[in-house]
Design a protein around this ligand. Structure first.
Ligand code: NI
Length: 198
């Protein structure tokens, strides 16, 4: 054991470093805003560079998304008005395949359209069919600040478009009739109120 070779002060310092490392690695689960919070309707600002702070935001978004659980989360959903999204469609805890994207941009979309039943962590327990292009190509900055392009189809394409919408202040309910949308928002308000008083 390494500890036994150290004197008391060195041991204390070693423990401190370990605690600090552990804290930096620790999970940060952030509260998720729900509709009709006005912060969800704001257009988010581009990230200048994916630095330590942006990487921390990406990690926190992933922790929050896995905890929810969800398959995508955008920074505005935790009250951070930055163009950062995370996604992970794998449903295996042992083998996560996260995508972290800063300043994601759709640079191509297919003509063929697909309908998916969408939900959203900011509109809990509400689902509705939304039509979107079946394939998209997205350009973004990854965790290392490298420019990347990804061609996605089906659920991943839907998810990317849904999360990028959040950066524009658009929720999936905005594609529905105002009647349906208002009904869903009312249900969410009641859910949040009942949850808070439970
Ligand atoms: Ni959403």
């Amino acid at each position: 054991m390494l500890e036994t070779n150290l004197d008391a002060s060195a041991q204390a310092a070693y423990v401190l470093v370990r605690v600090r490392l552990k804290t930096e690695k620790s999970m940060a689960i952030l509260p998720i805003l729900t509709a009709p919070d006005p912060r969800l309707k704001k257009k988010a600002k581009p990230v200048e560079k994916v630095d330590k702070e942006t990487r921390k935001l990406m990690d926190d978004l992933l922790d929050t998304m896995y905890d929810a659980p969800g398959i995508g989360l955008a920074a505005p959903q935790v009250g951070v008005s930055k163009r950062v999204i995370v996604l992970d469609l794998s449903n295996d805890d042992e083998d996560n395949k996260p995508y972290c994207m800063a300043n994601p941009e759709i640079i191509w979309e297919s003509d063929d359209i697909r309908t998916y039943e969408e939900g959203c962590l900011s509109v809990p327990e509400q689902y509705a069919e939304v039509k979107r292009p079946n394939k998209v190509k997205v350009r973004y900055l990854d965790q290392e600040n490298e420019i990347r392009e990804l061609e996605a189809d089906e659920l991943l394409a839907t998810c990317i478009q849904h999360e990028i919408d959040h950066l524009e202040g658009v929720l999936f309910v905005d594609y529905l009739s105002s009647l349906k949308r208002n009904m869903m928002i009312r249900k969410v308000k009641k859910l949040v109120k009942d949850g808070a008083s439970a």
